[in-house]
Design a binder for this molecule. Structure first.
Ligand code: SAM
Length: 251
Protein backbone atom coordinates (compact mmCIF):
# COMPACT_ATOMS: atom_id res chain seq x y z
CA UNK A 1 0.00 0.00 0.00
CA UNK A 2 1.39 3.43 -0.90
CA UNK A 3 1.61 6.15 1.71
CA UNK A 4 -0.02 9.29 0.37
CA UNK A 5 2.35 12.25 0.13
CA UNK A 6 1.38 15.92 0.17
CA UNK A 7 2.32 16.19 -3.48
CA UNK A 8 0.05 13.23 -4.43
CA UNK A 9 -3.09 14.75 -2.91
CA UNK A 10 -5.70 16.39 -5.17
CA UNK A 11 -5.78 19.75 -3.34
CA UNK A 12 -7.47 21.41 -6.33
CA UNK A 13 -10.55 19.29 -5.47
CA UNK A 14 -10.88 20.75 -1.95
CA UNK A 15 -14.38 22.21 -1.58
CA UNK A 16 -14.27 25.14 0.90
CA UNK A 17 -18.06 25.50 1.16
CA UNK A 18 -18.48 21.81 2.03
CA UNK A 19 -15.62 22.14 4.54
CA UNK A 20 -17.22 25.16 6.24
CA UNK A 21 -20.60 23.40 6.36
CA UNK A 22 -19.03 20.34 7.93
CA UNK A 23 -16.78 22.05 10.45
CA UNK A 24 -17.68 25.65 11.21
CA UNK A 25 -21.23 26.61 10.19
CA UNK A 26 -22.46 25.19 13.48
CA UNK A 27 -19.61 26.02 15.86
CA UNK A 28 -18.34 23.09 17.88
CA UNK A 29 -17.65 23.48 21.59
CA UNK A 30 -14.12 22.26 20.92
CA UNK A 31 -13.40 25.09 18.45
CA UNK A 32 -14.92 27.71 20.74
CA UNK A 33 -12.75 26.46 23.59
CA UNK A 34 -9.68 26.62 21.35
CA UNK A 35 -10.52 30.19 20.31
CA UNK A 36 -10.82 31.20 23.97
CA UNK A 37 -7.46 29.61 24.86
CA UNK A 38 -5.72 31.28 21.89
CA UNK A 39 -7.32 34.64 22.73
CA UNK A 40 -6.09 34.49 26.32
CA UNK A 41 -2.61 33.30 25.37
CA UNK A 42 -2.05 35.98 22.73
CA UNK A 43 -3.45 38.62 25.10
CA UNK A 44 -1.00 37.46 27.77
CA UNK A 45 1.91 37.56 25.28
CA UNK A 46 1.06 40.93 23.79
CA UNK A 47 2.93 43.10 26.31
CA UNK A 48 6.04 40.90 26.58
CA UNK A 49 6.48 39.32 23.17
CA UNK A 50 4.96 41.38 20.38
CA UNK A 51 6.18 44.47 18.53
CA UNK A 52 3.73 47.39 18.25
CA UNK A 53 2.83 46.61 14.65
CA UNK A 54 3.24 42.90 14.24
CA UNK A 55 3.23 40.90 11.01
CA UNK A 56 1.17 37.74 11.31
CA UNK A 57 0.85 34.58 9.25
CA UNK A 58 -1.75 31.81 9.17
CA UNK A 59 -0.35 28.79 7.37
CA UNK A 60 -2.69 26.48 5.47
CA UNK A 61 -5.55 28.85 6.27
CA UNK A 62 -7.99 26.79 4.17
CA UNK A 63 -11.57 27.80 4.83
CA UNK A 64 -11.13 28.92 8.43
CA UNK A 65 -10.89 32.57 9.45
CA UNK A 66 -10.73 32.21 13.23
CA UNK A 67 -6.93 31.79 13.48
CA UNK A 68 -6.45 35.05 11.56
CA UNK A 69 -9.17 36.77 13.60
CA UNK A 70 -7.33 35.79 16.78
CA UNK A 71 -4.30 37.83 15.60
CA UNK A 72 -6.22 40.96 14.52
CA UNK A 73 -5.58 43.27 17.51
CA UNK A 74 -1.80 43.09 17.21
CA UNK A 75 -1.15 42.99 13.50
CA UNK A 76 -0.57 45.58 10.79
CA UNK A 77 -0.60 42.81 8.22
CA UNK A 78 -1.65 39.16 8.18
CA UNK A 79 -0.69 36.76 5.43
CA UNK A 80 -3.00 33.82 4.74
CA UNK A 81 -0.81 31.23 3.05
CA UNK A 82 -2.76 28.42 1.38
CA UNK A 83 -1.95 25.84 -1.27
CA UNK A 84 -5.36 24.66 -2.59
CA UNK A 85 -6.66 27.02 -5.28
CA UNK A 86 -10.36 26.78 -4.26
CA UNK A 87 -9.39 27.75 -0.72
CA UNK A 88 -7.28 30.65 -2.00
CA UNK A 89 -10.34 31.89 -3.92
CA UNK A 90 -12.53 31.43 -0.82
CA UNK A 91 -10.13 33.44 1.34
CA UNK A 92 -9.80 36.23 -1.23
CA UNK A 93 -13.59 36.55 -1.39
CA UNK A 94 -13.72 36.79 2.43
CA UNK A 95 -11.15 39.59 2.48
CA UNK A 96 -12.85 41.91 -0.03
CA UNK A 97 -16.26 43.43 -0.70
CA UNK A 98 -18.81 43.63 2.07
CA UNK A 99 -16.71 41.67 4.52
CA UNK A 100 -16.46 38.09 5.60
CA UNK A 101 -19.35 35.67 5.98
CA UNK A 102 -21.55 35.74 9.10
CA UNK A 103 -20.47 32.17 9.87
CA UNK A 104 -17.35 33.66 11.50
CA UNK A 105 -19.31 35.91 13.89
CA UNK A 106 -19.69 33.18 16.53
CA UNK A 107 -15.89 32.96 16.77
CA UNK A 108 -15.45 36.74 16.93
CA UNK A 109 -18.05 36.83 19.73
CA UNK A 110 -15.71 34.70 21.85
CA UNK A 111 -12.64 36.75 20.92
CA UNK A 112 -14.35 40.07 21.63
CA UNK A 113 -14.96 39.09 25.24
CA UNK A 114 -11.30 39.98 25.92
CA UNK A 115 -10.24 43.63 26.27
CA UNK A 116 -7.69 43.67 23.42
CA UNK A 117 -10.34 42.64 20.88
CA UNK A 118 -13.25 44.69 22.20
CA UNK A 119 -12.57 47.89 20.24
CA UNK A 120 -11.56 46.22 16.98
CA UNK A 121 -14.06 46.42 14.13
CA UNK A 122 -13.26 42.96 12.72
CA UNK A 123 -14.72 43.08 9.19
CA UNK A 124 -13.12 46.39 8.27
CA UNK A 125 -9.81 45.46 9.83
CA UNK A 126 -9.75 42.00 8.28
CA UNK A 127 -10.35 43.55 4.84
CA UNK A 128 -7.64 46.18 5.44
CA UNK A 129 -4.77 44.05 6.68
CA UNK A 130 -5.24 40.52 5.31
CA UNK A 131 -3.44 39.39 2.16
CA UNK A 132 -3.94 35.96 0.61
CA UNK A 133 -1.09 34.14 -1.11
CA UNK A 134 -1.02 30.78 -2.83
CA UNK A 135 1.98 29.10 -1.27
CA UNK A 136 3.47 25.89 -0.03
CA UNK A 137 4.22 25.30 3.66
CA UNK A 138 6.99 22.82 2.84
CA UNK A 139 8.82 25.54 0.88
CA UNK A 140 8.75 28.14 3.67
CA UNK A 141 12.49 28.04 4.09
CA UNK A 142 13.06 30.64 6.82
CA UNK A 143 13.90 33.51 4.43
CA UNK A 144 10.69 35.30 5.41
CA UNK A 145 9.74 35.55 9.08
CA UNK A 146 6.72 36.72 11.05
CA UNK A 147 6.10 38.11 14.56
CA UNK A 148 3.08 35.93 15.37
CA UNK A 149 1.73 32.83 13.64
CA UNK A 150 -1.00 30.21 13.55
CA UNK A 151 -1.24 26.82 11.87
CA UNK A 152 -4.52 24.96 12.37
CA UNK A 153 -5.04 21.33 11.34
CA UNK A 154 -2.37 21.43 8.63
CA UNK A 155 0.90 19.62 9.46
CA UNK A 156 -0.95 16.37 10.32
CA UNK A 157 -3.68 16.90 7.69
CA UNK A 158 -1.66 17.30 4.51
CA UNK A 159 -0.07 13.87 4.05
CA UNK A 160 0.11 10.39 5.61
CA UNK A 161 3.87 10.64 6.05
CA UNK A 162 5.42 11.25 9.48
CA UNK A 163 8.45 12.92 7.86
CA UNK A 164 6.16 15.44 6.12
CA UNK A 165 4.36 16.08 9.43
CA UNK A 166 7.68 16.87 11.13
CA UNK A 167 8.84 18.94 8.17
CA UNK A 168 5.55 20.91 8.22
CA UNK A 169 6.03 21.75 11.90
CA UNK A 170 9.67 22.69 11.29
CA UNK A 171 8.82 24.96 8.33
CA UNK A 172 6.11 26.69 10.36
CA UNK A 173 8.43 27.26 13.29
CA UNK A 174 11.18 28.52 10.99
CA UNK A 175 8.77 31.12 9.63
CA UNK A 176 8.68 32.77 13.09
CA UNK A 177 11.04 35.34 14.61
CA UNK A 178 12.72 34.55 17.90
CA UNK A 179 10.17 35.09 20.72
CA UNK A 180 7.17 35.07 18.37
CA UNK A 181 3.97 33.69 19.93
CA UNK A 182 2.22 30.95 18.00
CA UNK A 183 -0.86 28.74 18.16
CA UNK A 184 -0.99 25.41 16.34
CA UNK A 185 -3.84 22.90 16.37
CA UNK A 186 -3.80 19.22 15.42
CA UNK A 187 -6.30 16.38 15.08
CA UNK A 188 -5.09 13.35 17.03
CA UNK A 189 -5.04 9.82 15.62
CA UNK A 190 -6.77 11.01 12.44
CA UNK A 191 -7.28 8.46 9.69
CA UNK A 192 -7.96 11.10 7.04
CA UNK A 193 -10.97 13.30 6.37
CA UNK A 194 -13.74 13.63 3.86
CA UNK A 195 -14.58 17.00 2.28
CA UNK A 196 -17.40 16.84 -0.25
CA UNK A 197 -16.66 13.95 -2.61
CA UNK A 198 -12.99 13.63 -1.75
CA UNK A 199 -10.94 12.08 1.02
CA UNK A 200 -7.84 13.87 2.22
CA UNK A 201 -4.91 12.24 4.01
CA UNK A 202 -3.75 12.53 7.60
CA UNK A 203 -0.75 11.41 9.59
CA UNK A 204 -1.63 9.80 12.93
CA UNK A 205 -0.17 11.88 15.74
CA UNK A 206 -0.73 12.04 19.50
CA UNK A 207 0.19 14.54 22.21
CA UNK A 208 3.68 13.05 22.68
CA UNK A 209 4.47 13.19 18.98
CA UNK A 210 3.25 16.80 18.76
CA UNK A 211 5.25 17.87 21.80
CA UNK A 212 8.40 16.15 20.47
CA UNK A 213 8.04 17.91 17.12
CA UNK A 214 7.61 21.37 18.67
CA UNK A 215 10.01 21.16 21.63
CA UNK A 216 13.26 21.92 19.76
CA UNK A 217 11.80 25.21 18.48
CA UNK A 218 10.03 26.56 21.54
CA UNK A 219 10.89 28.73 24.54
CA UNK A 220 7.59 28.03 26.28
CA UNK A 221 5.08 25.42 25.28
CA UNK A 222 1.60 24.54 26.56
CA UNK A 223 -0.17 21.47 25.21
CA UNK A 224 -3.94 21.45 25.67
CA UNK A 225 -5.85 18.28 24.96
CA UNK A 226 -9.34 19.10 23.76
CA UNK A 227 -10.50 15.58 24.28
CA UNK A 228 -14.11 15.06 23.23
CA UNK A 229 -14.25 13.27 19.92
CA UNK A 230 -15.83 15.74 17.54
CA UNK A 231 -16.02 13.76 14.31
CA UNK A 232 -15.64 10.09 13.44
CA UNK A 233 -12.15 9.13 12.31
CA UNK A 234 -10.04 10.87 14.92
CA UNK A 235 -9.80 11.01 18.72
CA UNK A 236 -9.65 14.68 19.60
CA UNK A 237 -7.78 17.89 19.12
CA UNK A 238 -4.56 19.24 20.54
CA UNK A 239 -3.84 22.94 20.84
CA UNK A 240 -0.21 23.95 21.22
CA UNK A 241 0.51 27.47 22.44
CA UNK A 242 4.01 28.80 22.80
CA UNK A 243 6.79 31.08 21.70
CA UNK A 244 9.63 30.52 19.24
CA UNK A 245 12.98 30.02 20.94
CA UNK A 246 16.35 31.41 19.96
CA UNK A 247 17.79 28.05 18.93
CA UNK A 248 17.97 26.40 15.50
CA UNK A 249 18.79 29.59 13.66
CA UNK A 250 15.94 31.90 14.65
CA UNK A 251 17.29 35.45 14.18
C1 SAM B 1 -7.64 20.22 7.33
S1 SAM B 1 -7.42 21.65 6.35
C2 SAM B 1 -7.25 22.92 7.61
C3 SAM B 1 -7.75 24.25 7.13
C4 SAM B 1 -7.85 25.35 8.19
N1 SAM B 1 -6.54 25.77 8.64
C5 SAM B 1 -8.69 24.97 9.36
O1 SAM B 1 -8.30 25.27 10.49
O2 SAM B 1 -9.78 24.43 9.21
C6 SAM B 1 -5.75 21.48 5.75
C7 SAM B 1 -5.35 22.66 4.91
O3 SAM B 1 -3.96 22.57 4.56
C8 SAM B 1 -3.82 23.02 3.22
N2 SAM B 1 -2.56 22.48 2.68
C9 SAM B 1 -2.30 21.21 2.31
N3 SAM B 1 -1.03 21.10 1.90
C10 SAM B 1 -0.48 22.32 2.03
C11 SAM B 1 0.83 22.82 1.79
N4 SAM B 1 1.79 22.03 1.33
N5 SAM B 1 1.07 24.14 2.04
C12 SAM B 1 0.09 24.93 2.51
N6 SAM B 1 -1.17 24.51 2.77
C13 SAM B 1 -1.44 23.20 2.54
C14 SAM B 1 -5.06 22.45 2.56
O4 SAM B 1 -5.32 23.02 1.32
C15 SAM B 1 -6.12 22.77 3.60
O5 SAM B 1 -6.61 24.08 3.45
Amino acid sequence: MTIERNADTPWSKFDPEAYVDLNYRTPLEADLLIVKLVRDYFSDCSARALPASARGIDVGAGANLYPALSMLPWCDSILLLEYATPNVEYLKAQAVGGGYDTVWDAFWDVLSQAPAYRDVEPRGRFGDIVRVERGQLLELGGERRWDIGTMFFVAEAMSERPDEFRRGVECFMNALHRGAPFAAAFMTESLGYQVGDHTFPACRVNADRIRESLDPFTAELEIHEVTPMVRPGHEGMILALGRRNAAVGAP
